[in-house]
Design a protein around this ligand. Sequence first.
Ligand SMILES: [Fe+2]
Length: 340
Amino acid sequence: MSVQVDTYKSTLNTSNNQIPIIDIGDLLDGKKEAIIDVSIQLKDACNETGFFFIINHNIDQNIIDSSFEHSEKYFSLPMHEKMKVRQNRHQCGYMPPDVAVHNDTFENRETALNTQRSEAFKFSFDLDSDDPDFGQNVRFRGFNKWPDPKVSPGLHKSFMDFHMAFQNLSVSLLEPLAVSLDMPSDYFNRFFARSSSMTRIAYYPAIDVKHDQISLPGHRDSSFLSLIPPASGPGLEIMMKDGQWIQQPVVENAVLVNTGTVLVRWANERYQATPHRVRANSAEARYSNIFFLYPDVSLLLECLPTCFSETNPKKYKPFTFGEFHAGYCERNFGYAENWD
Ligand SMILES: [Fe+2]
């Protein structure tokens, strides 16, 4: 099939798409040979860029459009209304501007702390009240804070439809990803049976374009995979292997995917997490909804046996995502550690 590649208007060089495009239609149709085919493409993409597009992903565009409509409505609410669901220690809820501290960024401190006044709303799965993790207050396990449905009618369903659609899509990549790392195809499955994935609904207000401010400083994601449908406007920049920043190209009907630090550690740095940042200098507000695939918070993640040897020893001790993510949040979002 022909694929339409375009870019948002940008001052950066975006003339060539350097991000691989992987067709996962046959994989989702259950064709066995597609696991191998996609795994080969994933291996190349993860080695070369750490970012790739997936097409024929079967996500209903109405689900994506609806999530953006509700995002726009939510962020236009008065501050006191948004603050009623202020982010808690599970990272769920509303994140007001100027609170993130970004200690993991490789930008200098002045740049990191002088970012645009962006806002976010984050959530995970809704747990049943009889779920053991709920009873034990297990961190990062679905303590969502939802706005009053009288104030934001339809938001909860729309956002959860988005979350579940992207959870299912990202899980469909686990088998080819395992094969790409020379592991049995079902290796990752059990680690995501009780996933702690999160969606981040972000808002970058319109600003005076003369300021040329970083909106989200350069960083690597803490996820296993991150899935990014096209934002409402330009801003995402990706660092290529040669150190050059490129603006994200836009591929029609595609979802952009990037690898995160959990995968990097699990695979002993056989794959990398590529730095990226947001510079949304625009006279129009920018909305971006991103899904982060996170594993079970409690299971021990040990270096994959295919990713170390006598000459390439393990670089990381076994870890749980719960511990790892708590450290990440403390370093970067420490302000929310003590909130309810
Ligand atoms: Fe990111």
